[in-house]
Design a protein around this ligand. Structure first.
Ligand SMILES: [Fe+2]
Length: 268
């Protein structure tokens, strides 16, 4: 009986892997219908826009920006310590477990016509919200080791996903700007995974893989001014949040309708 159970389990695992490998991300269609900036995002894996470019108003005049920044500034490490993961050591999240953002600036931003239409263009389809957060990243001491997502990795949720960061101050190497390797996302020209595993994503990678890209100058550091809006396909190799000063951002995460992960506002 045990042998049969083991066989069935193995077969299901194999079938799921096969399904993931065969999964389409509709690259051609998405590129065909995209504006030049979204095309850049699809091809490179990231895009940096200014608040002004997206919302057609200065962030200094924007009520929405002020509301979001205000909400973000209330976030502190004591309130989110219950999040209970390795990340707690360096990252405070608005979205602690069992806490859901149901109103406020973050939700208005997410559902604004300006942002929602850009996300829709990227997916070329409807999409789902995985999480809406504010993040406060703790300053790392010089001698401190990188932990969790401060190391090079790809995100596991879906082969087609998008994260949006809003910077509430200037972000540079000092406060841990995200680094990303251009074109390494699923469907990208520089993806390190080879056929038939090209559509897989998730997990940490060895230094030898990163070394290959270092020589080709493909690593970009996402430094930007206050009120920049960053669009990142986190199936690309990336790492972040390691700096000697704190960083305060909004962090919104989206995936395709095929994503099998449960969005974080649903407790199971
Ligand atoms: Fe990540």
């Amino acid at each position: 009986m045990n042998i049969i159970k083991k066989f069935i389990k193995k077969s299901i695992k194999g079938f799921n892997l096969y399904k993931k490998c065969c999964r389409s991300i509709n690259l051609k269609k998405r590129l065909k219908n995209a504006s030049p900036s979204i095309k850049d995002l699809v091809n490179n894996g990231f895009l940096i826009l200014k608040w002004e470019d997206v919302f057609n108003e200065s962030h200094k005049e924007s009520e929405l920006y002020k509301e979001m920044k205000n909400e973000a500034q209330k976030l502190n490490f004591t309130n989110t310590a219950s999040y209970g993961s390795l990340k707690t050591n360096y990252l405070a999240k608005k979205y602690a477990q069992f806490e859901s953002i149901k109103d406020g600036g973050l939700l208005k931003f997410c559902y604004s016509n300006e942002i929602a239409s850009l996300i829709y263009q990227f997916f070329n389809s409807s999409y789902q919200i995985m999480s809406l957060d504010y993040w406060r990243t703790r300053a790392a001491l010089d001698d401190k080791q990188r932990i969790a997502s401060q190391n090079w990795h790809t995100d596991p949720e879906d082969a087609l996903m998008l994260k949006i960061f809003v910077y509430f101050h200037k972000v540079s190497e000092k406060n841990g700007s995200t680094e990303i390797i251009k074109g390494t996302q699923v469907g990208g020209n520089n993806c390190f995974r080879k056929f038939p595993f090209k559509n897989l994503t998730g997990g940490y990678v060895k230094k030898s893989i990163i070394d290959r890209y270092e020589n080709k100058n493909l690593i970009s550091r996402l430094n930007a001014d206050e009120a920049s809006i960053l669009f990142i396909n986190t199936t690309a190799l990336h790492r972040g949040g390691y700096g000697i000063e704190e960083r305060l951002t909004a962090n919104l995460s989206f995936a395709s309708l095929m994503c099998e992960y449960v969005p974080r506002h649903i407790s199971t």
